[in-house]
Design a protein around this ligand. Structure first.
Ligand SMILES: [Zn+2]
Length: 580
């Protein structure tokens, strides 16, 4: 490809709409353009990256016995009513009607459609296991589409569904996909972690996320270097640590004046106590359809609520912090002065650390006052104790006891054991060895393709632009003659361009009549892994310069050796996969 012909309208300025690094660079490198919120055109450079990711995905799915098919994006509502998700899925589901006023939706995922297909066509255990997948467009009506391709409303996904005759079969299929996903991200040249995940709206028992590590990522994970335990902080658990081996005498409950002190740090500073000795008291609303119940939540002062753990514990559809009026109604005091002492007729849920607080401090349910020397059990009753706190770095690993670390990343793959949730709801059965009717045991496995491209950029960039991992780079090499007006430079560039193409190397020739600086900047922005610079000085010695985008390392190579050297560099980087 010649740069003069390449449809990649690069931008000098950072577009105002871009919130993340990947969004900025995808726009600036002329790879994507927005058509509406969360909906994008993919320009040729992006399309090449996506196709490379898809090729790797296809190869790994096929290696595990996956069979590719294609399902529609438009789904009749009947199927979603059968599974029960028409009502549960909420506003993220794009719903529409045809001219006969029949309901449809644009599929955000395909459990219903594939279960319907398999229940019609598969009747015997002899036809199992089945691993069926597609790479197809999905739709999700995000409330706030953002971060470019990270949270879009229309996106491509690889989704595979496994059908087995029993749990043991599902465990095998799940393990195959776990392995395949690890291979996919390794072969894409990405650093990633596999973490335990919350199963959320899809349901099911086991679930793992594949997270590409990047400081700018939207999800936070806790992990242990000693034993490989890793979990999304939405779900991560840690050992309960109780301090103070020598029992402290319980002091007398006292009222302390704390004028205008409403936050944990204000109260801790004012009373000169450790925030860990405070009892943080929050009022939440547990919401189920029309109905909602206030609940009071207690945590150690230095802790944050893990709302996902709390919601799972309460088993409600939604969860929200109560408004100031509700807090006033429940506690009799403005926000900032709530405490459990004397509260009646409301559920109080304490994190498992709270019962161990001795001589603590909490709000007195009275403006500008706190209780000191509060002792759980003596001064208020704890009836419900649960693990509802967010894990932080330094908490102890529940598997091996070492200190956990935290990092950020972007979820690019997610695998679930669904069990019989969908097959039972939709009456999808087969006959087992004894002729008994059994529901299929299912799993589902998804990879966001554009998301993987964006995550690759979040992980691999510098202040000049993208640094593509070789296996998914749109082109492997760019050839840059320093001055296109000098005939000899252009002649050598054209010869090399032809030779590299002949050798099967993916190459762009920057044949534009631009200053060298402009060409170098574009090469860095687009992120070609290797740049060949053809300048007068090295040519005199019969050499050209190869520069590695990632390290900046420069190799001076004889002209006759260029093709072989590049082939070797490219092969090595594709084989190694992710490098530390
Ligand atoms: Zn550990």
């Amino acid at each position: 490809m010649r740069m003069s012909q390449l449809f990649a309208p690069t931008l000098r300025e950072v577009p105002a709409e871009a919130e993340t690094i990947s969004h900025q660079y995808l726009l600036r490198a002329g790879m994507i353009r927005k058509i509406a919120a969360g909906i994008y055109n993919y320009l040729p450079l992006a399309q090449r990256v996506l196709q490379k990711i898809e090729r790797i995905v296809r190869e790994e799915m096929d290696k595990q016995g996956g069979q590719e098919l294609q399902m529609p994006a438009l789904h009749p509502a009947d199927l979603w009513l059968e599974s029960g998700r028409w009502d549960v899925y909420g506003k993220e589901l794009f719903r529409l009607q045809d001219r006969h006023e029949r309901d449809y939706c644009l599929g955000p995922t395909h459990e219903e459609v594939i279960t319907d297909l398999v229940r019609r066509e598969v009747s015997s255990y002899r036809q199992l296991p089945l691993l069926l997948y597609q790479i197809q467009t999905k739709f999700r009506d995000e409330i706030r589409p953002r971060f470019g391709l990270i949270r879009g409303r229309e996106f491509t996904m690889k989704d595979l569904y496994s059908f087995d005759k029993d749990e043991e079969g599902l465990a095998v299929s799940y393990q195959k996909m776990y392995h395949a996903y690890s291979e996919v991200f390794r072969r894409c040249g990405l650093k990633f972690r596999v973490v335990e995940a919350d199963t959320g709206a899809i349901g099911g028992s086991d679930s793992h996320e594949f997270v590409v590590i990047a400081e700018t990522g939207e999800s936070e994970i806790a992990y242990c270097d000693e034993c490989n335990y890793a979990a999304n902080v939405e779900r991560a658990e840690a050992v309960l640590e109780v301090e103070g081996s020598s029992p402290t005498a319980q002091g007398e409950l006292e009222l302390a004046s704390t004028p205008g002190m409403t936050t944990i740090s204000e109260v801790a500073d004012f009373l000169a106590v450790d925030p860990r000795g405070l009892i943080k008291t929050l009022v939440y609303l547990a919401i189920d359809k029309e109905d909602y119940q206030p609940v009071v939540v207690l945590l150690r002062g230095d802790r944050e609520v893990n709302e996902i753990k709390l919601q799972n514990y309460l088993g409600c559809l939604h969860l929200a912090l109560a408004d100031a009026d509700t807090v006033q109604k429940i506690t009799g005091a403005p926000v900032g002065f709530a405490g459990p002492v004397g509260l009646k007729d409301v559920r109080i849920i304490a994190d498992e650390e709270v019962p161990h607080i001795v001589n603590g401090v909490c709000g007195a349910n009275r403006a500008d006052y706190h209780w000191v020397n509060v002792n759980p059990g003596r001064d208020f009753a704890i009836t419900e104790v649960a693990d509802i706190r967010k894990v932080v770095a330094g908490d102890k690993c529940k598997v091996c006891g070492h200190a956990l670390k935290t990092t950020r990343g972007i979820e690019v793959g997610h695998i679930f054991k669904l069990g019989t949730k969908y097959s039972e709801a939709m009456g999808a059965t087969f006959l087992d060895e004894k002729g008994n009717k059994k529901p299929f045991v299912m799993g589902c496995y998804g990879i966001g393709i554009p998301r993987t491209m964006a995550a690759a950029i979040e992980q691999n960039h510098d202040d000049k632009g993208i640094i593509w991992p070789m296996p998914i780079a749109p082109y492997q090499v760019v050839v840059v003659p320093v001055n296109s007006k000098i005939e000899e430079q252009m002649k050598v560039a054209e010869e090399l361009y032809a030779a590299l193409q002949g050798a099967g190397i993916e190459v762009v020739l920057d044949d534009r009549d631009e200053r060298a600086g402009v060409k170098f900047n574009d090469a860095d922005l687009i992120g070609f892994p290797l740049r060949i610079t053809i300048g007068s000085r090295s040519l005199k010695e019969g050499k050209v310069e190869i520069k590695k985008r990632r390290t900046g390392e420069i190799l001076l190579v004889e002209r006759e050796q260029v093709v072989a050297t590049l082939q070797e560099l490219i092969r090595a980087e594709i084989e190694i996969g992710a490098q530390d």
